[in-house]
Design a protein. Structure first.
Length: 209
């Protein structure tokens, strides 16, 4: 049999079931070995497509926003507002030296978003775009990312400016923002041709609730 045809046979579900039957109905150890190898290949193949993971939150974010329909859509819309992230005390040591950075990334979970969509009309446009080309909260993993200005760090609490997330938002991670490494000089902005001032004036509405 040609190599290409053998490869298709190896990956076929029927071949998988045939070896399963052969392994448990005969004493042919060779077939059993083929079954086990096919099982491992099948698991690896499936694992590349989809994987379920559990992420433990490290704290919560406290903001004055409790309505997802009336809040900033970007940190620039709350640049003067000081809010707080509270970590579990066991993670306090992980904040050591963070106060040397002026800005940080907050990575969090959109806990009030109940649905998912693959195409959306974002707040700053009237045309539909793929969700991965936007910052919409209705993305499959419901993970959000904001760059905020760090004000202070005290024990397991940090204060920051630029909150564009709801009160009680589960915090997943914190990373320092470093302009030396994070700014891409030749970056382009796709369909996002509006200014930072226009985005700062925009508030959210009911489209993603």
């Amino acid at each position: 049999m040609p190599a290409r045809g053998l490869a298709r046979l190896w990956r076929a579900p029927g071949f998988f079931l045939f070896n399963f039957f052969l392994y448990f109905s005969t004493t042919q150890y060779a077939s059993g070995w083929i079954f086990i190898c096919h099982l491992k290949f099948f698991i690896r193949k499936k694992g590349k497509i989809r994987m379920k993971i559990e992420i433990e939150t490290i704290g919560i974010i406290k903001t004055p926003f409790d309505d997802p329909k009336k809040m900033p859509i970007h940190p620039s819309g709350a640049s003067d507002l000081v809010c707080e992230a509270i970590l579990e005390e066991r993670y306090a040591e992980g904040l050591k030296d963070l106060d040397g950075f002026s800005h940080i990334y907050l990575i969090y979970f959109f806990h009030k978003t109940a649905r998912t969509a693959l195409t959306v009309v974002p707040f700053m446009d009237t045309h539909e775009h793929g969700v991965f080309a936007t910052r919409s909260p209705v993305r499959p993993a419901h993970i959000g990312l904001s760059i905020v200005e760090l004000v202070s760090v005290e024990k397991n609490r940090l204060k920051f400016r630029g909150a564009d997330m709801l009160d009680g938002t589960p915090l997943i991670d914190i990373k320092p923002y470093t302009p030396k490494f994070d700014i891409c000089e030749k970056a382009t902005s796709g369909w996002m041709n509006f200014t930072i001032e226009e985005m700062a004036r925009k508030c959210s509405d009911e489209r993603f609730t």
